[in-house]
Design a protein. Sequence first.
Length: 325
Amino acid sequence: MRKIFVTALIIALTLSSCAFADVKIGSCIYRFSDAFMLRFRNAMTAESVNEKAEIIIADSLNDQNTQDAQVDDFINSGVNVLIINPVDRMQSQSIIDKAKSANIPVVFINREPTAEMLATYDRAYYVGAKPEESGTEAGELIANYFKSHPEADKNKDGKIQFVMLRGENGHQDMIARSKYSVEAIKDAGFEPVEIAGAIANWDKLQAMTIMNAFIMSLGAENIEAVIANNDEMALGAVEALKANDYNKGNAEMYIPVVGVDANASALDAMDRGEMLGTVLNDADGQGTAAVKLAVALANGKDVSGQVVDGKYIWVPYQKVTRGEK
Ligand code: BGC
Ligand code: CA
């Protein structure tokens, strides 16, 4: 009897918590195994609780077809709004078209559709961070280090010989971080020279393998800096360097490595002196803003005061170091 009562109570509570959630959000994340997107997911879940909204987050398993099917399922199940992290941002149009025919708003996150795509639907938005900012700030970290450490110019040629580990091809963050980090080094009065570079798809293991190959072919002593488009790849490079006795505490054998994100594992590596710095990619700020915007849109609120250019919420980046090394 007691057991039946408890079961009935649980069912009633579950039903009521769903029934009373004003807003149902359907969300897709391009790949759950991405360390930065884990922070993003946690922020969205927490903010949904604050907003008393129901959120269902699906893992698109890095496959655009899977994601398109998930969007169909969300729409058929009657969600009020979508929050989408596209697998391939250049294929966002079909998701915008689906949201438009279902007459529900869609908020894109982290992977930016083109302005032309967003313009095709008045209820399509983007919440993210300006990628050129993160590139500039990562480049400034390297430039500042060389200013305070002239000995970092190991071959004394007045130039900075660096290797670059790039994120996924076509990602707006990969394109802009690669470009603006180098621009910032030039703006600070140095001459950057990319002696090797490769795409490591935001992935630590791929970056470690590539960095090992660079060390083998170039010699670690000829690499003066490592610029990675995100922390996971920076950490992969750090692993490869440590395997070659670099960045383990001996000042003679140190190569400054920078990333982007400020994931906990990168901050730990900075505390150990293995990594020079990173740029905070504010997952909390972006995840919170995306859910707030989605809920406001689902409730038919006027959001014109919260967005810029009618479509965007930009969350700032911030440089992170551990003081003077
Ligand atoms: C982050 C990367 C992440 C990527 C996923 C970027 O903004 O810096 O760590 O892998 O987004 O799209
Ligand atoms: Ca040099």
